[in-house]
Design a protein around this ligand. Sequence first.
Ligand SMILES: [Zn+2]
Ligand SMILES: [Zn+2]
Length: 234
Amino acid sequence: MNNLKRNRNNEVAAEEQAGNANRRPVELVYLPLITHDHREQEDFSKMSGEFSVQEYIQELIRSDPANIVKICEPPKGADTAVWQYEHLRQFVLELNLLVVQLQGICNTKSCPKMKATEEWLYLCACHPTTQECPAIDYMIHTLDYAAALLTNQKYFPSRTSIPPSSSKHMSSLVRRLYRLFAHTYYNHQEIFTEFENEMHLCERFTEFASRFDMMPPKLFCIPLFNSRVRKTKE
Ligand SMILES: [Zn+2]
Ligand SMILES: [Zn+2]
């Protein structure tokens, strides 16, 4: 493993540990994710160590963020649950960048409640009893919860093997994270579009969640990516 990769891993770990107080300006963190990298793709089967899946995913994203089918496709020999877990870590990382973009624009005045369309009001489950949080707080609470869950040794003691009983936590997290896209899409379309054009994050998330059946089709409420939602399962 070369130094560049090590640094990147440290950066990712630091980013995940950083709470909401330290969200960095987005320019600083965008770069490693969108620099297109035309190095030869490393062969997954030759990669080893607990960061190999994460590195592989990040390389796929860097080399072509728009190729979401390829990015979501588990390579031969990959453990599906580990693959899902590492994708979730990556989504949390990149969703933090989206929230950075929303800060100042999405606030308690503009969005006192966490809504997508008028039809959907989401209650924040990051408190002893669920409550109505303003949208920006809801998003920050959910991302902090996600980072805490994914690093919780009780559910995810290792990055190379995921206990079967922890899969349900991943699916539930997927449903909660999707709401961040839904709010942004319906309330801050300009930011959504700008971010999506560069990162293809919501499209990748839709492909991922649908491909692994982690969310019922009816919950995908962003029509833009309807074609990614597999309709056969309920
Ligand atoms: Zn908002
Ligand atoms: Zn909350």
